[in-house]
Ligand binder design. Sequence first.
Ligand code: DX5
Ligand code: ZN
Length: 226
Amino acid sequence: MPAPMIAPSILSADFARLADEARAVEGAEWLHVDVMDAHFVPNLTLGLPIVQSLLKATDIPLDCHLMIDNPGRWAPPYAEAGAYNVTFHAEATDDPVAVARDIRAAGAKAGLSIKPNTPIEPYLEILQNFDTLLVMSVEPGFGGQSFIASVLDKARTVRRLVDSGELRLIVEIDGGINEDTVEAAAEAGVDCFVAGSAVYGASDPAAAVRALRQKAAAASPHLTLA
Ligand code: DX5
Ligand code: ZN
């Protein structure tokens, strides 16, 4: 059985010290990078130049979460730059399969994200074109919000399809994950857990990553510690 993946979100890190902040979570499977454009979400964070610098500063694979309009235009450059996984929002495009194809052609894994109120059913038949599904468990835009447990049904639905062999996909969850909520997400079948404030708000971020991984493994029916 695989181990739980933990993806610390640098949205809660010190943006003036990103290289140090990446080092502070060494051992994390992915580093989650929230790109926001102040259009798709009411917040503005960082873009391609900072991702390019971060790629030189860390060996942790970058998990870029694009909360932006027009991902067809803006997502492939993150893959070309060397991001490991590039996730965009289903709500931001009419042709998610084409965007996934372009991301993969540019050398990255492709991820589809859905907001808390977006149902998964309309997207089930296109998930075979993706490597990851990012289930948002808060409204995208800000760190430090409370976990919305009702989204876990979407993780359960996709977990069943993965377990039955119909899909090959990493199920990822993002928003409000901490030591109190990670177990419910793990029970629902999540593989990869994004955590911002729970990691970077801790006095020892690397220890917080280990604690989340441990709790996820203990609660998950399909994950275990290596
Ligand atoms: C929110 C971002 C999240 C955020 C999570 O729009 O997508 O990745 O950093 O932060 P926490 O873990 O604090 O909810
Ligand atoms: Zn995110």
